[in-house]
Design a protein. Structure first.
Length: 144
């Protein structure tokens, strides 16, 4: 499987033909509104597509997060799922935006997160409630 950072902006269907997700089986996208979503739990990732089939965002899930398995080849920029928020910030610097996490009526506890501007993409890091690990990393095109 290719690096998640290289998936961004690529044509999803061409990426499948080129083996970008091998050895994992890729299901058909689920259309919700004007976006399409693809979940590959055994690869630890889910993908958001633009209407034109280009990959808009890649979600990298920790082991057990939402029924996903952690990616065996790790996270971009030298991050690891067992890194604390303090360790992530020491590696990537101060985030562009962040949240300490909040308790919302009906929805419950929303986790703390940091957003970092990287070379050509945005990295959104969502932490475990304890902030002693990462539960989800989202890579997306665009700016914060």
């Amino acid at each position: 499987m290719i690096s998640p950072t290289l998936m961004l902006g690529r044509d999803f269907y061409e990426s499948i033909k080129q083996g970008a997700f091998d050895p994992f089986e890729v299901p058909d996208p689920e259309i919700i509104g004007d976006e399409a979503y693809v979940e590959i739990p055994e690869a630890g990732l889910s993908i958001v597509l633009y209407e034109n089939g280009k990959i808009q965002a890649v979600h990298l899930h920790s082991d057990g997060h939402g029924g996903y398995q952690a990616r065996v080849d790790g996270l971009p920029e030298g991050l690891a799922f067992d890194m604390s928020r303090k360790q992530v910030r020491a590696k990537l610097g101060e985030p562009l935006e962040n949240s300490e996490g909040v308790m919302l009526p009906v929805l419950g506890q929303k986790p703390a997160w940091d957003a970092f501007g990287m070379q050509g993409y945005v990295m959104h890091v969502e932490y475990l409630t304890s902030k002693l690990g990462i539960q989800l990393v989202t890579l997306s095109l665009g700016e914060y």
